[in-house]
Design a protein around this ligand. Structure first.
Ligand code: ADP
Length: 370
C-alpha cells in the first residue's frame, strides 16, 4: 500500500471505531463506561494526526461522550451513568494529555535528528573541502618546486646515460672487460632506482586520494620530505642540520598529509631565510620524543616572527608576503589537529623562527628513548 491510501485507511478506521463506540455507548443498555474506549481512538490518532488534528479528535471524543450521555440519560441525569460519563471524560483527558506529550517529544526528537543529519552532512562537506584544498596546495607547492624536481630527476638520468655509455665502451674493447661493464650497468640500475624513487614521491604527493591512516615511522616521513627538498635547500644555500632520535617514534597518520606539513614548514623557512641574508642560512630539523608525544621541530635563523603576528599565523589568509596566499599554515594546523596533535610557532628577537608540531604516539612504540 502506498503512503496516501495507507493514511486514508487509517483515517477511515479511526472514524469507524469512533462511530462504533458512539453507537454502542448511546443506543445500548450496557451498564459500563463504554466511552472509555475513546482512549483507543486517541491512541490511533497519535500516529496519524498532527498535534492540531489530535486535539480535534480528542475534542470530538469528549463531545460524543457528553452527547451520548444526554441522548440516553437526559431523563435521569443524576445517576450512575453520570459517574461513568465523568470517568470516560477523565480518561479521554488523561489520554489526550499523554498523547500530546508523546507527540511533542517525538516531533522534537525528529527535529533534532534531522538537524544532526544536516550537521553531519555539512561536516562531511567541510571535510571534503579540506581534503581538496590540501590537495590543491600540495600541487601548488610541487609547481613551486618543479625546477628542483626536474634537476633531481635529471641527475640520475644523466648518470644512467654516462654509465650505459661506459658499459658500451668496456664491451667494445678488443678484449671486452666484462667486470667493468657489469659495474657500469650496476651503477646505471642504481641511478634508475633513484629516479624512480623521486618520481614515486612526487606522484604520491600529487595524487588525489582520501586520507589513509596507518602506522608511521615519523622519522621516515621527515626524511622523505627532506629528500624531496634536498635540491631546493641547496639552491637556497642553506645548511641543513638534522637531529633524529635513536629510535624513531611511531605515530598513526596519513603519510602524504604529514609530509605536506613538513614540506610546508621547511619551504616557509627557506623563503624567510632567503629574504634575510645577515648570516648564512641554517635550518635545523629534528624529531624528538616528549613524554607520550612525538615532536617534529623546524627551526631557522631567518628574521623571525613579529610578536603581534604569532597569534595570527595559523589563521586562514594571514600572510606577510606580497604574493602569499596565507593558507599553508592553516592547512598544516587542520592536518595536525585531525591527527589529534597540535602545532605552534615560537620566535625570540634575533633568533629566527621555530615551528613544532606534536602527535600522539601510537601503541606500536615499544621502547621510548631519547
Ligand atoms: P604564505 O606562505 O602564503 O604567506 P603561510 O600560511 O604558509 O602562507 O604563512 C603565513 C605567514 O607566516 C607568512 O606570510 C609569514 O609571515 C609567516 N611565516 C611562516 N613561516 C615563517 C618563518 N619560518 N619565519 C618567519 N615567518 C614565517
Amino acid at each position: 500500500m502506498s503512503g496516501f491510501p495507507r493514511a486514508r485507511a487509517k483515517c477511515l478506521a479511526l472514524w469507524a471505531t469512533t462511530s462504533a463506540i458512539f453507537f454502542v455507548d448511546t443506543f445500548t443498555e450496557l451498564n459500563v463506561a463504554v466511552a472509555v474506549l475513546y482512549v483507543l481512538v486517541i491512541m490511533m490518532a497519535m500516529d496519524t494526526c498532527s498535534i492540531r488534528g489530535l486535539r480535534r479528535v480528542a475534542l470530538t471524543c469528549a463531545v460524543l461522550t457528553a452527547a451520548g450521555f444526554f441522548v440516553s440519560h437526559h431523563e435521569h441525569p443524576f445517576s450512575a451513568a453520570l459517574a461513568r460519563c465523568l470517568v470516560s471524560l477523565t480518561a479521554i483527558g488523561i489520554a489526550t494529555w499523554l498523547a500530546l506529550k508523546n507527540r511533542r517529544t517525538s516531533d522534537e526528537l525528529q527535529k533534532q535528528f534531522s538537524l544532526l543529519a544536516h550537521t553531519h552532512d555539512v561536516e562531511a562537506q567541510l571535510h571534503r573541502a579540506q581534503i581538496e584544498l590540501a590537495h590543491i596546495c600540495r600541487n601548488t607547492t610541487m609547481g613551486e618546486l618543479s625546477a628542483s624536481i626536474a634537476h633531481e630527476v635529471n641527475q640520475p638520468l644523466a648518470a644512467i646515460t654516462s654509465s650505459a655509455e661506459a658499459a658500451q665502451r668496456w664491451l667494445d674493447r678488443p678484449v671486452p672487460d666484462l667486470k667493468e661493464a657489469g659495474a657500469a650497468i650496476a651503477r646505471a640500475a642504481s641511478n634508475a632506482r633513484r629516479a624512480a624513487e623521486v618520481i614515486k614521491r612526487i606522484r604520491d604527493l600529487t595524487r588525489k586520494s582520501d586520507p589513509h591512516y596507518e602506522e608511521l615511522d615519523l622519522q621516515s616521513v621527515v626524511a622523505d620530505s627532506l629528500a624531496l627538498l634536498e635540491r631546493e635547500i641547496q639552491s637556497h644555500q642553506v645548511r641543513l642540520l638534522c637531529t633524529f632520535a635513536r629510535h624513531s617514534p611511531k605515530v598513526s597518520g596519513d603519510r602524504i598529509q604529514l609530509q605536506q606539513v613538513v614540506i610546508n614548514l621547511i619551504i616557509n623557512s627557506l623563503h624567510a631565510m632567503s629574504g634575510h641574508r645577515d648570516s648564512p642560512g641554517e635550518l635545523h630539523v629534528g624529531v624528538y620524543w616528549q613524554e607520550d608525544r612525538a615532536v617534529v621541530r623546524v627551526h631557522d635563523n631567518g628574521p623571525g616572527i613579529d610578536q603581534q603576528h604569532l597569534a595570527l599565523l595559523f589563521d586562514a589568509f594571514f600572510t606577510t608576503k606580497e604574493d602569499g596566499m596565507g593558507i599553508g599554515l592553516s592547512i598544516c594546523r587542520s592536518i595536525i589537529e585531525l591527527h589529534g596533535g597540535s602545532i605552534r610557532a615560537d620566535s625570540q628577537p634575533n633568533q629566527g623562527a621555530t615551528f613544532s608540531f606534536s602527535l600522539p604516539l601510537s601503541t606500536a612504540n615499544s621502547q621510548p628513548s631519547s
